[in-house]
Design a protein around this ligand. Structure first.
Ligand code: AHM
Ligand code: MG
Length: 334
């Protein structure tokens, strides 16, 4: 019975090959890169699930380039992702939250540059709350015969050729886009296989949910404060205020927003004038996914996230993203 039901499911591998067939002349290199990321995701997922019973859990005493405490699982995930991305020789350079400088792989002729947060939401590791991996893929600009350079990493979000995240939650889910819609895959941990769980995800045009660290509201702009007052005022249609949902793991908060609709924000505050989240490996990939699903993503100046230039690989950006209607309401107040 169970075996029969598996027969109806499409594996990630089949889906990737199907997608590759859409592109005439595709070499299969991007497909291989996505497979490599899926492999790293399985290894990290396995380790995340064991974290409570191994000594991987806990602080290792060092701090990352943002001055934040680094957990061992972050380092493990960073190593696994770098290793996986270096396997097939397709990636020449990797920008990671955990590395001060871009990491050059052995394959200086690799076609792609990847930006990633190998384990996002790390403050949630110790309390068994879902965390995730975020990635963004660019085609290099420089000649493959030369060494990769700064132009390869200072690309706009609109130039991403793929982006995605892996959510290590009650199940492990991989969500990605190559610009032809957003699809989700769920890991069967017994088989070690990702199966297609949702194709061409379109987020609801509106969702009665807002998501932010509201503890900082006193430091937010008047526009964000008045938007929040609106969220809390029962609307004339439903007679109810919006729901507040905030996990504190961007991957989890975005995944819920993607599926159920609503709005997610990490605004600028007096203390953090550019917010907290990193443009290249948190904001760009999530904005690409949200836009592909029919949503909107902007910063405090109403600038489309995907069009904010990269000055520094670890630069931060305020971010407001979510369903079309929620975002239009907010933008009209900004
Ligand atoms: P991290 O990359 O160090 O894990 O930080 C990013 C996380 C996001 O997942 C989340 O949206 C945000 O930090 C939560 O921050 P805060 O605790 O200030 O609400
Ligand atoms: Mg992180």
């Amino acid at each position: 019975m169970v075996a029969q039901s598996y027969a109806r499911l499409m594996t990630l591998e089949e889906f990737i090959i199907q997608g590759q067939n859409h592109f005439k002349g595709a070499t299969g290199d991007l497909s291989q890169l996505l497979r490599d990321i899926a492999l790293a995701a399985k290894i990290i997922s396995n380790e995340v699930n064991k974290a409570g019973i191994t000594n991987l859990l806990g602080l290792d005493g060092s701090v990352n380039v943002q001055g934040e405490a680094v957990k061992r699982l972050d380092l493990f995930s960073n190593d696994q992702m770098i290793h996986a991305l270096s396997r097939s020789g397709n990636v020449c350079m990797i920008v990671s939250e955990e590395n001060d400088k871009p990491v050059r792989t052995r394959s200086s002729s690799g076609k792609y540059v990847v930006a990633m947060d190998p384990l996002d939401g790390s403050s949630n590791i110790d309390v068994n709350v879902s965390i995730g991996t975020i990635f963004s893929v660019f085609a290099r600009k420089s000649d493959r015969a030369d060494e990769p350079n700064d132009y390869d990493i200072h690309q706009l979000g609109t130039e991403q050729i793929a982006a995605g995240y892996v959510l290590y939650g009650s199940s492990t889910t991989l969500v990605y886009t190559t610009g032809l819609g957003v699809s989700a895959f769920t890991l069967d941990p017994g088989l070690g296989e990702f199966f297609l769980s949702e194709r061409s995800i379109k987020m609801p045009r509106f969702g009665p949910t807002y998501s932010l660290n509201e503890g900082h509201i006193g430091q937010c702009s008047p526009a964000v404060q008045s938007y929040l007052r609106k969220c809390k005022t029962p609307d004339s249609f439903s007679g109810k205020p919006y729901n507040c949902r905030y996990i504190g793991s961007m991957v989890s908060d975005i995944h819920r927003t993607l599926l159920d609709g609503g709005i997610f924000m990490y605004p600028d505050t007096q203390r953090l004038p550019d917010g907290k989240l990193r443009l290249m490996y948190e904001c760009y990939p999530m904005a690409f996914i949200i836009e592909q699903a029919g949503g909107i993503a902007v910063d405090k100046n109403k600038t489309r996230i995907l069009e904010i230039p990269v000055r520094d690989i670890h630069q931060r950006s305020s971010i407001f993203m979510g369903s079309d209607q929620n975002m239009r309401d907010l933008i009209s107040m900004m």
